[in-house]
Each structure stands twice: as C-alpha cells, then as structure tokens.
Write a protein of this length. Sequence first.
Length: 167
Amino acid sequence: MRFLTVILMFLALVRPANAQETRIAPEDHTPSAASVADMAWLAGQWRGTGIEGAAAYESWLPANGGTMVGTFVQETAEGGIMFTEHLYLMEDEGSLVLRLKHFNADLTGWEEKDDMTSFRLVAMEPGAAFFHGLTLRKDGDDGFVAAVRMRQKDGSSSELVFRFTRI
C-alpha cells in the first residue's frame, strides 16, 4: 500500500510530455493581484539547458523598489553567446509584468530602441507565475522552469522550455 501511495504521489508531480507550460489570457482578462515579493524565490543564479541542448544561464537580483532585474544568456553548442536578454519583473497596477529586450552576441538589439517585449500576468500560484505566453515556476527546492510560447511562421505556436538548477 505504501509503495502504491509513493507511485501515485510521483505521478501527480510529473507533467505529461504534451502538457502546456504556458497560458494565454483572453483579451478582456484582468491580471491577478501580485507583487515582486511573490517572486522572491527567483533571486539568484541559475544554470540550465536551453535551445538545442546548449547551456543557458539566468540571474535575478532581489527586488528593489517594486522591480526585480534579471539577465539571461543562451550559449551556442560551441560555448559562445547566441543571444542575451535584459529582464525587468515589475509591479504594475497591483499586478506584475515581465519586460525584456533581446541582444545578439555583438550587443545589437532585436527590438527597436524604445520598444520591448512585455508579458502581462495571467495567474499566480504558489511558486509559479503564469504570464501571457511565458511561465516561471519552481521545480523542486533548487530548480525552476521557464517556458515561452513562440509563434511559428505558419501561424502555429510551440513552447520553448528551459530547465534551470540553482548555482
């Protein structure tokens, strides 16, 4: 009986391979109430697996004035920089928004000078923030998952999932 209980608990924690990590909010969605204090677990340095199995790194500073500042580095298979991101997780009208800018290895930006990519909060759960098309969630005591929904040229979408361990 105890063995069966352990197996059932394990199965409840494992997400099916086809499970979507990200959520999409309807047009009229009101963001969940939240503050950067809800994301304190994210502060620190993280190493993981990114695009095509190459190393990826993410670092987050503790909250300061309602904002957490982060950086992301995606390496190439050869160990060079593929691209980086500069991230702001910010309090906004009683909720959270994650804003970021992408940079090539030579520091040229993807977005126009005053533009950025923004993800509005859809829902908060203990240890997880679900933004419109982006998820940040704890994965055990020393891990986290970042997933982003990517639009393909044919109009379909797929998820890019990064698994990190605290350094």
